[in-house]
Design a protein around this ligand. Sequence first.
Ligand SMILES: [Zn+2]
Length: 141
Amino acid sequence: MSERFFPDGMPQPLADQIHLPWWEAAAEHRLVVQRCTECGRTRIPPAPLCASCGSHDSDWQEVSGRGEVFTYTTVHRPIAADQEVPFVIAVIALEDSGGLRMISNLVDVAPEDVEIGMPVEVVWEDMSEDLAVPRFRPASP
Ligand SMILES: [Zn+2]
C-alpha cells in the first residue's frame, strides 16, 4: 500500500461504465486521459462523446503525471472524520495531455508554500486494494 494522505472516511468515487477504465488505470498507478480517435482531442473527466467532433470513439492516452498548479484553494473544514486540516484542492495543468486540467489535492506541501505555476507530479494514494486516487506533490527536480 502507498503512503496515505486522507482517512478511509473520505467520500469514494463511483465508477460507471464511462469512468471505469479511468479508475482501472488508476488502480495500476497509470494516469490516463481519454482521447477522441476521430479528431485527437483529449478530455478529462471521461465522457461518452467528443465535445469537439461528436464522435463516440475514443481510447486512453497515458500521461506523465507531471504538470503545474493552475489555481488552488485551501480548505479549513474537514469533509471526513479524522481528516487533518487545512488541506489544499488544486487545479493541475497536466503536461503532455493536450492542455487538460484536472482537480486533485496537493500533498507533501504546506498550504502557505503552494504557488500558482508550481511544478507538481502525481503521487498515488491506495485507498483500498482496487482504488487508487491521484494526488499531486511538488515535483522532484
Ligand atoms: Zn473528436
